[in-house]
Design a protein around this ligand. Structure first.
Ligand code: HEC
Length: 218
């Protein structure tokens, strides 16, 4: 979505706004009458771009918000954030023309608030109904999907030390990080990084069940 909207914005600038300006300047210099449609088209495209700014900025930094990007309703959250961004931007556009319309700030804030409510109420899997997951299963999943980076001496060539000092070499270390592991792999899907190791939903559910069943180690 970010690439599509960004491409539209670049297209607006390089295919309409700048060429039209060049034509207008050339006409003026040559003493020809200037076609008012050229300016109107450019203005329309810059109005479009202005409204797309905040949604695109959000999409650019959205990798930091796995609560949103990893949510099953991510499309809805993005739509709400975009509408909120447009509303906030509209407040500033009006403000620059001397009108103060606080309701557009309010609409924007309400939409973003709706996003936070939906993002934090992700449907929980019924782990109580899942059969008990032994530590050996959880450890095997961590070894397969996390240990290349999260070890005292990572084997992943991109890492010289465990990221943020979080090493999962021993059962005690895995247990200590249990709630954070849940946060990164089940509540959100920000780990494994870029899902480089191809962790499946089933593995996430099993790891999550082991943690919610008390993160017991032998
Ligand atoms: C390709 C390397 C890589 C893999 C594989 C990986 N991680 Fe990470 N992990 C990172 C990096 C880099 C960070 C720090 C950046 C961040 O917080 O997003 C991190 C941070 C974390 C943190 C936060 C630690 C803290 O103290 O806040 C947790 C928890 C975590 N990872 C869990 C996992 C789990 C569980 C797996 C496996 C299912 C996993 N990671 C797989 C690279 C990786």
């Amino acid at each position: 979505m970010g690439a599509i909207i960004g491409t539209c914005m670049v297209g607006n600038v390089f295919l309409i706004i700048i060429p039209n300006q060049r034509k207008i300047v050339a006409d003026m210099l040559a003493g020809r009458p200037v076609d008012p449609r050229l300016g109107a088209m450019g203005k329309q495209r810059s109005v479009h771009n202005t409204h797309m700014t905040l949604p695109v900025i959000f999409i650019m930094i959205s990798g930091h918000y796995p609560m949103v990007t990893g949510h099953p309703l991510a499309w809805l959250l993005l739509a709400l954030i975009s509408a909120g961004g447009v509303s906030i931007r509209y407040f500033f556009i009006l403000k620059h023309s001397g009108q103060i319309r606080h309701e557009f700030l309010f609409y924007g804030a309400m939409l973003v608030f709706a996003v936070s409510v939906i993002a934090s109420s992700k449907p929980k899997k019924d782990v109580a109904a899942m059969s008990p997951v032994p530590f050996s299963t959880a450890q095997a999943i961590v070894d397969r999907h996390c240990a290349t980076c999260h070890a005292a001496t990572p084997s992943h060539k991109g890492f010289a030390a465990a990221p943020l000092g979080a090493a999962f070499d021993t059962p005690q270390q895995i247990q200590k990080y249990a709630s954070k592991i849940h946060e990164r792999t089940v509540a959100t899907t920000s780990m494994p990084l870029g899902n480089e190791t191809g962790m499946t939903d089933d593995e996430r559910a099993q790891l999550g069940a082991w943690i919610q069943q008390g993160a017991k180690i032998p």
